[in-house]
Design a protein around this ligand. Structure first.
Ligand code: COA
Length: 275
């Protein structure tokens, strides 16, 4: 049972942590209380052995309606600059924690996704939306620029003309369009959303977890590097990964070359038979 008084809900099943924004009455907009609670939940789940993948979704009809205009903006601003900066640190802090999370993460966008919601959307490694979900940079509609990283997120993910149209008009797009624009990996009908996300999570759960973390970080890091720097970074990142798991890749080679029990081109080696 979901505790309605908690701004973040979560369950763990079959090594998937299902974390949910839990303010459905407020369309899961992010208040300072929710932001603090989300950091605690992420902290609690990050290094648990019974968690291999984290999925972020929302209770009710919304994924997240962005920042809480009352609690995050109006009431915080009324307390002065120190409070504003603290609220920003708390929000940006958990998004950053999620961007570099130890486990792979999937945004399961079940409904509304607005403005500040683009921060955690981008922070998740993968994103799957319901066809019916609605996305918008709605900031322009209430008179500000898309802050909190939202402008950066659309500029990173969406071609310039679409990003500009999205930010200047504040019009909503549905999950299908969000997928065409590459804001998300794909969209499926809402009634298939959880099933599809579970399928993807299961694929990730079969992979070497040290390699997953090294790979997700590498994809984000190399975007800002020259080719030469990326080449060097990737050599060193693999060598650093070897200090956490020096046997996995050897076992992967052994099961293919000696045992012929799987083909790396077609799937993952059997992790359970670690030597
Ligand atoms: N900040 C503060 N409160 C919000 C909110 C937000 N971002 N989004 C929704 N709420 C509150 C509403 O004020 C309302 O509160 P009330 O029941 O106390 O009156 C409640 O959540 C339900 O919202 P409502 O507008 O009635 O729901 P809806 O399903 O008809 O519409 C939205 C959903 C998401 C389209 C609409 O709530 C909305 O436009 N929200 C703001 C989105 C936004 O611009 N976010 C960007 C912030 S950076």
């Amino acid at each position: 049972m979901t505790d309605v008084s908690d701004t973040v809900a979560f369950d763990i099943a079959d090594r998937i942590a299902w974390v949910r924004f839990n303010r459905p009455d407020k369309r899961n907009c992010m208040s300072p209380t929710l932001n603090r609670r989300m950091m605690e939940v992420l902290h609690e789940l990050e290094f648990r052995d019974d968690v291999g993948v984290l999925v972020l979704s929302g209770e009710g009809t919304s994924w997240s309606a962005g920042m809480d205009l009352k609690e995050y903006f109006r009431e915080t601003e009324a307390k002065g600059l120190g409070a504003v900066r603290q609220a920003q640190r708390e929000a940006y802090g958990w998004w950053r924690r999620l961007r570099w999370y130890q486990k792979p993460t999937i945004a399961m966008v079940n409904g509304w996704c607005f403005g500040g919601g683009y921060g955690p959307l981008y922070a998740c490694d993968l994103a799957v939306a319901a066809d019916e979900a609605k996305f918008a940079l709605s900031e322009i509609n209430w008179g500000i620029l898309p802050g909190g990283g939202a402008t950066k997120v659309v500029s990173e993910l969406v071609p310039m003309r679409d990003a500009m149209y999205h930010a200047l008009t504040g019009e909503t797009i549905d999950g299908k369009k969000a997928s065409q624009w590459r804001l998300v990996n794909e969209s499926v009908p809402l009634d298939r959303l959880q099933e599809r996300v579970t399928e993807i999570a299961k694929i990730l759960l079969e992979k070497n977890p040290v390699a997953l973390k090294a790979t997700k970080d590498a994809i984000r890091r190399v975007r800002e590097m020259t080719y030469e720097n990326a080449e060097d970074y990737l050599v060193r990142a693999q060598e650093a990964a070897n200090s956490y798991d020096n046997e996995g890749r050897k076992e992967g080679i052994r099961q293919f070359i000696d045992e012929k029990s799987y083909k790396p081109g077609l799937g993952a080696y059997d992790l359970s038979r670690k030597r």
